[in-house]
Design a protein around this ligand. Structure first.
Ligand code: NAD
Length: 268
């Protein structure tokens, strides 16, 4: 009776930032559960790899190259999606960056603007287009926030920039408001707040701005503080995304679910 509740056969999903890291895992996972996945990213080469992996497993996907921060690119991408599919059922707003890490009083204004344009404005621009293709409903939107948008972290140096934490807190507020606004239409809007997930490119800028000593201290401090004792991998997030995207969560909206091995519930 319940065995098909996670299936997404016949549904169209759009995943931004699908070329690598967590977005690639989401795209592969949703396709395995039957959705046709529109994989959107600005990195054409890696995007083609993602779509190739999905098709190799005889699942369905297509690639769209675009920049979520650029409204002309977003409008052109979504005109193409509308022409091909008429409506979409699922959106994962996953594309995001982190910049180099310095203390707030020394923070670079260009880095603030560049990150906000992708992590927050990009979520707004993409959601606006997606809603037009989901109405009159139903639909599921999943925004990728972060535990950095829920609480601060200061073990002697900043682990993430003030722009990153602020953008992810913004994603949380955005999620709650859009969820309230479209609940009547059964367009559900939830956020996942991942903790520390290894094997992606997100930390590259952080690593380049810290000394080897700081990196070692950072790795030790997060290892010590994660209650479950280890980092997660991008694939570990797929179960939660499949749950939120599918009808299994049809009465769940406006929620922010941390995926962090207990980090955000325990004071170290
Ligand atoms: N890795 C973690 O531990 C972690 C933790 C919390 C939240 N997150 C969030 O998860 C999401 C994915 O991060 P990741 O770790 O997989 O990073 P990643 O850098 O490995 O992948 C990000 C993807 O987004 C794409 N992208 C970046 N800017 C874009 C733009 N303007 N337009 C289109 N595509 C763009 C990149 O090309 C890349 O393929 C981000 O929103 C990130 O903030 C990650």
């Amino acid at each position: 009776m319940f065995e098909n509740m996670f299936r997404m056969d016949g549904k169209v999903a759009v995943v931004t930032g699908a070329a690598f890291g967590i977005g690639r895992s989401f795209a592969i996972g949703l396709a395995e559960y039957g959705a046709h996945v529109v994989c959107l990213d600005r990195n054409r080469e890696r995007l083609d790899e993602t779509v190739g992996l999905i098709r190799q497993s005889r699942n369905s996907a297509e690639a769209i190259v675009g920049d979520v921060a650029d409204e002309k690119s977003v409008a052109a991408n979504w005109a193409e999606i509308a022409a091909a599919h008429k409506r979409i059922d699922i959106l994962i707003n996953n594309a995001g960056i982190a910049t180099k890490v310095v203390r707030t009083h020394e923070f670079d204004i260009e880095d603030w603007d560049r990150l906000m344009a992708i992590n927050l404005r990009g979520v707004f621009l993409t959601t606006q287009q997606a809603l037009k293709l989901m109405l009159p409903g139903p639909g599921s939107i999943i925004n990728i926030a972060s535990i950095a948008g829920l609480l601060g972290y200061w073990p002697g140096f900043p682990a993430l920039g003030i722009n990153y934490s602020t953008s992810k807190a913004g994603v949380v507020g955005f999620t709650k408001q859009v969820a309230a606004e479209y609940a009547k239409e059964h367009i559900r809007v939830n956020a996942i707040a991942p903790g520390w997930h290894g094997g992606t490119d997100l930390g590259a800028a952080r690593r380049s701005s810290l000394t080897p000593d700081d990196i070692a201290r950072f790795e030790k401090s997060i290892g010590d503080r994660i209650p479950m004792g280890h980092r997660a991998k991008p694939d570990d997030l797929v179960g939660l995304a499949v749950y939120l995207a599918s009808d299994a969560s049809h009465y769940v909206t406006g929620q922010v679910i941390a995926h962090d091995g207990g980090w955000s519930e325990i004071v170290a």
